[in-house]
Design a binder for this molecule. Structure first.
Ligand code: ASP
Length: 436
């Protein structure tokens, strides 16, 4: 029997008209049973999301400032939603309760979670659904990871007929305190609910019609990705988590529940389906690039005869708690690439440690590097992929600083100068788009 978990993002729930569209979507398919809403998003570009207003409220209250402004906006938004949707939900007593917590010396998580909580209550009433508070069934362990017991608790609570609404973004710690996932975390809640209920599909409704093969700000006519595997999507993580939270894959990957990215404003658009396996018609399914990397290039004669050279190098990064991205090697050279975000101000201490522990002949640090991942399981064992890719870059006059292909043969990474990012992505997209 088909059973669908549907997560709706903030932009799909920003006003009463959007929520009505969402209700129509839910009612259009009786298999849509478990509904995971985000907090209401922005109605206009210059408005703030409810979650941001709640963070602002918390920070003002902590500093002893009067939070009347964010509180007033939140009150107005939920009251008008209730009025326009014709539900009796009264936000007032909830806001008084939130006010009592606002200045407490605790993490902002409780406050931030209230956007989802209030919206969940409102939507449950509008749908005539059962409201299930994740504070009672999505539990975190002491180390902050999800307690697998949550799956059993959720499965118990989500039994029976009718619709269920489970607000996204939060759960509770072993001490019973509210804890949120990182921003955009309702996607993760949706995946957890899908797994707990053994859903046959996890629909993730947002404001775009799925993933595009390349960033549309660089390639405006980039095609929609129809189907992509969990692994390919991981390899495309440089796309950023603008469409889907990057931890949302893990709960559903093991049981193989597909994720369908859909647009609530264009529900008939086929969107993107994320699956365990697919027939690879195209060699490349996506191209994603990101700026802000630094490369440490180390040279030492007879390095390849020395035992433990690589281990010592990596231990320096480990000691300074810098997670590295790539490590291309030569015979007497080894390079290690890390993002500037990870490196922060640690570059100098890392250079000193390399000099001291590894005594290299040469050590060069190159910053201002962009990395581009060209991904597709159809590349595996296909002759000519790298030739086309490098040919495209040569045609665009781009110098490749570094190149790396994983042994899975489904991702070729190239490093180029920051300023060459856009033209490289465009050139790679064009060459593979033309290669059916
Ligand atoms: N409302 C939260 C945020 O803005 C979580 C979510 O929307 O998924 O990050």
């Amino acid at each position: 029997m088909e059973r669908i978990t549907c997560k709706f993002g903030g932009s799909s729930l920003a006003d009463a008209a959007c929520i009505r569209q969402v209700i129509d979507i839910i009612r259009a398919n009786p298999s849509r049973k478990y509904i995971v809403p985000s907090a209401p998003g922005k109605r206009t570009a210059d408005e703030q999301k409810i979650t941001d207003l709640l963070y602002a409220w918390h920070s003002m209250a902590r500093r002893g400032l009067d939070p009347a402004e964010p509180k007033g906006i939140i009150e107005e938004r939920f009251s008008s939603l209730a009025r326009e949707l014709g539900v009796s939900f009264n936000v007032q007593p909830c806001l008084e309760e939130i006010s009592r917590h606002a200045a407490a010396d605790e993490a902002p998580d409780y406050m931030a979670s209230r956007g989802e909580y209030l919206n969940g209550r409102l939507i449950a009433e509008a749908l005539g659904a059962t409201f299930v508070d994740p504070a009672e069934c999505i539990l975190f362990k002491k180390n902050g990871q999800l307690d697998p017991q949550s799956y059993t608790l959720l499965a118990e609570r989500l039994q029976g007929d009718g619709l269920f609404v489970i607000p996204g973004f939060y759960g509770a710690t072993p001490k019973g305190e509210i804890k949120t996932f990182s921003r955009g975390g309702s996607d993760v809640t949706g995946a957890i609910v899908a797994r707990a209920t053994a859903s046959t599909l996890y629909e993730n409704w947002t404001d775009v019609s799925g993933f595009r093969m390349a960033d549309p700000r660089i390639v405006p006519d980039a095609k929609r990705i129809e189907e992509i595997t969990y692994r390919e999507l991981r390899e495309l993580s440089y796309m950023g988590a603008t469409v889907l939270h990057d931890e949302a894959i893990f709960p559903v990957r093991e049981p193989g529940i597909p994720i369908h990215i859909l647009n609530s404003k264009k529900p008939d658009n086929p969107g993107t389906l994320i699956v365990a396996n697919r027939d690879s018609k195209r060699p490349v399914c996506g191209i994603a690039g990101r700026r802000g990397f630094t490369m440490f290039n180390i040279e030492k004669t007879l390095m390849n005869k020395e035992h433990g050279f690589g281990r010592k190098l990596l231990s320096i990064f480990e000691e300074h708690r810098v997670s590295w991205e790539h490590m291309p090697t030569g015979i007497d050279t080894i390079s290690i690439i890390a993002s500037d975000e990870e490196l922060k101000e640690k570059e100098t201490v890392i250079v000193e440690a390399i000099e001291r522990l590894l005594e290299p002949d040469e050590l060069h640090v190159t910053s201002g590097l962009a990395i581009i991942a060209t991904v597709g399981k159809g590349m595996n064992r296909l002759v000519g992929v790298a030739a086309r890719l490098t040919g495209a870059l040569a045609g665009a006059g781009v110098n490749i600083r570094v190149i790396n292909q994983g042994s899975s043969e489904m991702n070729i990474l190239i490093g180029v100068e920051d300023q060459d990012l856009e033209k490289s992505v465009e050139a790679i997209y064009r060459v593979f788009d033309a290669w059916e």
